[in-house]
Design a protein around this ligand. Sequence first.
Ligand code: SF4
Length: 296
Amino acid sequence: MVAPEPPRLRRSVSQLTSFSQCSEAYRLQKVAKAPQRPAAWYAMGRAAHKAIEDYENSGRSQTAPELVEVFNEAYDAEINADLLKWPDWDSWLTGGRKGGEQDVADRRVIGAYQVEQYIEYALENAAVWRVIASEVEFEIEIGGVITTGFMDQIRQHVDGSLEVADPKGGSTVPGSGVQLAVYGRAVEEHMGVRPTRACFIKLARPATTRGKAKPTTELHHDLSQWPDEMLDRMFRDFDKAERQGLYLPNPTEDCHRTCGVAQYCSIPLKGHMESAAQFINIRSREDYLANLKEVA
Ligand code: SF4
């Protein structure tokens, strides 16, 4: 008898990148669904994306104060929802020694500055490119794996060429262009043209006591370095590893400051909790459901 085909699961580029960074953290977050400590950087990134998307979708008709208001509303809503679940500021990740409450206040200022500065940057480049679509949902097949996601920006340059772009609000941007390469492939599937340009937009940072303000900049990636076979292989390998329950910790000295599930990591690191044992054997959806039944 021929064994039935395993069900095809939907994957995303953010899953692939998080799996590549630390597949143990991926397992705890997505498979075992362990509680994840909050961090204001998530709210800041999503709120800035929302404000920039609103700005571009409105035909750039909003003023800076209006856009800051959009950012603040989205940011406060996310922070307040997290605070209901995590009222103790000591639980919040900040990436450093700063307290959670201070970090939340600081990132509200940084995010507002970033969206204001985005307006300046977009207007300065108005004669060079325009955004023709933002937050475009896609579903494509890569290496036989169904891959879904949202493309942040598709731009058209004056010469007609297309560019995919993604604003990043953190102090670092991804070293790899895999996310942009997937967007490029999605654009080709939807519009019939493969973009020749791609960039991460590193959003501005305000001046601090430690240094001067930093402007909005672009970090370009060459999509010709991402042939289809390379992406196909990456998604196939990711899909295969997950189906086989293969997850490995990738510890760094900053884990306890940056990883929201460090307390449940399968290797004992700073902040490790006894209750980590409840998640250690959950390596598939079946394990997760069986564990739920046991707990009930
Ligand atoms: S603590 Fe470090 S090694 Fe463990 S899951 Fe988190 S990122 Fe991975």
